[in-house]
Design a protein around this ligand. Structure first.
Ligand code: LLP
Length: 416
């Protein structure tokens, strides 16, 4: 559930009419709802209840420092995949000791920065990386806390681009190699084994793949215990889906129930890395209709947001709900429109075949854009990135002004 509501035909973000924000800030513009972010985070935290746990919000979903700060104030941990994300967590007041560093290609300087910041755990994705982390830690007199990210070879049944737990994916360590690597890690002087991790994919809409992955993990957990390598935590990654259209993903509560059931009486800290489930429905993208273009075979609403602002439809053929910010008192006829941006690419669409009663200059809201929206945006076609706004009840604040054109190339240099 989120706090974007339609009242008398007009869209509100919490207590603020979206049209008021658009008028002041212009379009395209991302609007986030603090109450929604908090609600979603609490949903995970409450669902796990007395099972020892850490919710490590996946920063990549929405890395704005105001978003991270809202979650840090709740006591959230974080899941990061770069030194840049680590710097954001620190700038936002997040606790690096509650932060997990994931990713297949960590740079030496990123590893060192994480060690200096007292990172909670490195999720190690290969033998080479285990060695590298040990070497850097040894050289700089640190002990590096690690978990091995295993690849449990389960089908997340999601879009192939966001599926990560199959053996052909680049992520994680093959199951056949996991025991050997734990035994090896146990011999490394600057490594402390903390846990085991997996992340099988994103936008999962059933609990079964999670349960299958957990079963594989528990098998290793028990084996390691027997071999005298006890683990402090099990990190099940992120991946819980959201409703964009008609998906019915499990609630955090259902998911937590399944986890608890399979854990039995094992005393182990559960780490989750939700990104989308916290941020997606906490954000919308507001765009203005530039013009309506009626072709013999198609009607287009050309809007001022494009694939550079929200890449998901172009990259994954993702479906996002698109609705008018304000209904007309005398609405024009409903027409099937493709909602397209100004970018010079055929893939530059935000939605296809949407039945809308709209006119030029109308504002449209693209829903569920809080995760993987702004973070995947670019300056393609030398387009300034959108403004970002956060709403907190009846208060709102521009948390990132729209970029200016001059700044886009201010650091570019001509040859002499
Ligand atoms: N942990 C790890 C190690 C991950 O790789 C990811 C996402 C997450 C957690 C968070 O997953 P979530 O809870 O958000 O599903 N750009 C794509 C999604 C890519 C997800 C990549 N990894 C999209 O827009 O659908």
């Amino acid at each position: 559930m989120d706090f974007f509501t339609v009242r008398n035909g007009e869209l509100y973000a919490e207590e603020v009419p979206v049209a008021v924000i658009a008028k002041e800030v212009g379009t395209p513009c991302y609007i986030y709802s603090r109450a929604t972010l908090e609600r979603h985070w609490h949903a995970f935290n409450t669902a796990l209840g007395d099972t020892p746990h850490t919710i490590c919000y996946a920063v990549k979903a929405n890395s704005h420092i105001a978003v991270l700060n809202v979650l840090a104030r709740l006591g959230s941990g974080f899941d990061i995949v770069s030194g840049g994300e680590l710097a954001r967590v620190i700038a936002a007041g997040g606790d690096p000791r509650k932060t997990i560093f994931s990713g297949v290609g960590k740079l030496p300087q990123e590893i060192l920065a994480a060690l200096k910041a007292q990172i909670g755990c490195f999720n190690v994705e290969s033998e080479a990386e285990l060695q590298l982390i040990n070497d850097i830690a040894q050289q700089h007199h640190y002990i590096a806390p690690i978990a091995l990210r295993v690849n449990p070879n389960v089908d997340a049944k999601t879009h192939p681009y966001i599926s990560t737990g199959l053996k052909e994916n680049k992520f994680g360590i093959d199951m056949s190699d996991v025991m050997r690597l734990y035994q090896y890690a146990a011999t490394l002087p600057s490594i402390k084994i903390e846990g085991i991790a997996c992340h099988i994919g994103s936008q999962l809409t059933s609990t079964q793949p999670f349960v299958d992955a957990l079963a594989e993990i528990l098998r290793i957990y028990d084996d390691l215990q027997q071999q005298g390598i006890p683990l402090e935590h099990i990190d099940l990654g992120g991946g819980l889906g959201v409703t964009y259209q008609q998906e019915t993903p499990p609630s955090p509560e259902d998911y937590a129930k399944a986890i608890k059931h399979h854990l039995g009486d094992r005393k182990v800290n559960i780490v989750l890395e939700p990104g989308r489930a916290i941020a997606a429905n906490a954000g919308i993208l507001i765009t203005q209709v530039l013009l309506l273009k009626h072709q013999p075979h198609k009607n287009f609403a050309v809007v001022d947001a494009g694939m550079n602002d929200l890449l998901r439809p172009a990259l994954y053929e993702a479906w996002h709900q698109i609705l008018p910010v304000k209904a007309h008192a005398n609405p024009p006829e409903k027409v099937l429109y493709d909602i397209v941006g100004p970018v010079c690419e055929t893939a530059d669409f935000l939605g296809k075949e949407r039945s809308l009663a709209i006119k030029a200059q109308d504002l449209l809201a693209i829903r569920s854009a809080g995760a993987y929206g702004f973070t995947m945006s670019s300056n393609y076609n030398t387009r300034a990135r959108a403004a970002e706004v956060m709403v907190d009840k009846d208060y709102y604040q521009v948390i990132r002004p729209r970029e200016t054109i001059e700044n886009l190339f201010a650091s570019e240099r001509l040859l002499p």
